[in-house]
Design a protein around this ligand. Structure first.
Ligand code: SAH
Length: 367
């Protein structure tokens, strides 16, 4: 009898692997696979990636241009109330030099990321930067923005000035959990964040979102529902990674409830793999947080269905101040890129790099 039951279970998960449509129960089962079954899930996801979007990995040079933030997210190291952070705002020249570096090195795209500020001065500054980045690269660099919740008008203005992809993580699609990890007030409204995602979609951006994996009080069912939320929202891009506690944040007090880092890491890889099965033609980023836990984290993510790598090209002096979580790497990736180490690793893993291309989401193009 025991053997039969085991057989039933085996059959169930391997059958699930070949489906196109997944229930919350199917997803929860896949998210819990271990050992050889975990390995097979990842392998299948890489196969689905190459069948649907090919073997090319795309780079986005990530410029974390300011850590000044008006929000107080309970998990985030650069939250407004963390007085231990040295606040910075990179100069236009530093930002444009970083973008020029990306262009020269044939990245094809950059991501401008910052804390969340809604002042007119900030909105205008990003607008000016977008135009200058387009100018310096003969309109060749693609630009993704990740500057948080803004008004519909701001999204529109930035879109017209050249940004065409936007990343705004929902962080958790479970409203209850959202308010465990954010203050419950107007400035941190779950509904407003969802609304912002819709504004972005309506404006014409390729829409990216994501969640943190391994948050305190988060369950496997929450994560399964996050994936269904992405599917329902019909996103074009996803960036998600393990939650990593930061000592100067309120959420740190729950650190004893967390899974070990390695377990969070492996769960994050399965999240990527399952999302790839559910949405075969979207862009999925191999996030920096994965790299924080495992030095080969990004390559492992590529082997689990991710297809985007975001090398950090923030001016090195600022990196130690954009510490979203403990242990975030501050290494000089510019050196790594110019010496081709990262490219070599990616090629050794059997991929090609899509140089000088925007690497847009095939999902967006097909719609
Ligand atoms: N202000 C922008 C960018 C925020 S930082 C915005 O709101 O979209 C980018 C991402 O870092 C966040 O969306 C969050 O998912 C992630 N992050 C922040 N703190 C983290 C932590 N402690 N562990 C893991 N990821 C974290």
């Amino acid at each position: 009898m025991a053997l039969n039951c085991y057989f039933c279970e085996m059959k169930a998960w391997s059958e699930i692997l070949n489906q196109n449509n997944f229930t919350d129960g199917d997803i929860a089962a896949l998210l819990q696979l271990q050992g050889a079954e975990h390995d097979l899930l990842l392998k299948k996801a890489r196969l689905v990636t190459s069948e649907n979007i090919g073997n090319h990995i795309h780079f986005r040079g990530l410029v974390e241009f300011s850590n000044i933030c008006s929000k107080d997210c309970l998990y985030c190291g650069i939250r407004k109330s963390n007085q231990k952070v040295i606040r910075y705002n990179a100069t236009d020249k530093e930002i444009l030099d970083a973008c020029h570096f990306a262009w020269e090195n044939k990245f094809g795209s950059v991501v401008l990321q910052s804390g969340e500020i809604e002042t007119n001065a900030f909105v205008k500054r990003v607008d000016d930067l977008l135009r200058k980045i387009k100018q310096l690269s003969n309109n060749e660099l693609g630009i993704t923005l990740s500057c948080g919740e803004q008004t519909r008008e701001t999204y529109q203005r930035w879109f017209e000035s050249g940004a065409h992809r936007y990343l705004l993580r929902i962080e958790s699609s479970n409203r209850k959990l959202y308010y465990i990890i954010h203050p419950n007030n107007k400035k941190h409204s779950f509904e407003k964040r969802i609304e912002a995602l819709h504004f972005l979609r309506e404006t014409g951006y390729q829409l990216g979102t994501g969640v943190m994996i391994g948050l305190p009080f988060q369950t496997i069912d929450d994560l399964a529902n996050d994936l269904l939320f992405f599917k329902q929202l019909d996103i074009d891009m996803c960036g998600m990674g393990p939650y990593i506690e930061h000592e100067n944040t309120p959420l740190f007090k729950f650190r004893d409830l967390l899974m070990p880092l390695q377990t969070r890491f492996e769960l994050a890889l399965r999240m990527i793999a399952v999302l790839r099965l559910m949405m075969p033609d979207i862009n999925i980023a191999a996030s920096t947080a994965l790299q924080t836990i495992d030095t080969d984290g990004r390559i492992k993510a590529l082997n689990a269905g991710a297809n985007i790598v975001m090398p950090n090209i923030t001016p090195v002096d600022y990196r130690a101040s954009y510490l979203l979580y403990n242990g975030k790497p501050c290494t000089d990736e510019n050196a790594e890129i110019t010496s081709n180490t990262l490219s070599e690793k990616i090629k050794d893993a059997g991929f090609e790099i899509g140089f000088n291309a925007w690497g847009d989401s095939k999902h967006f193009i097909r719609v």
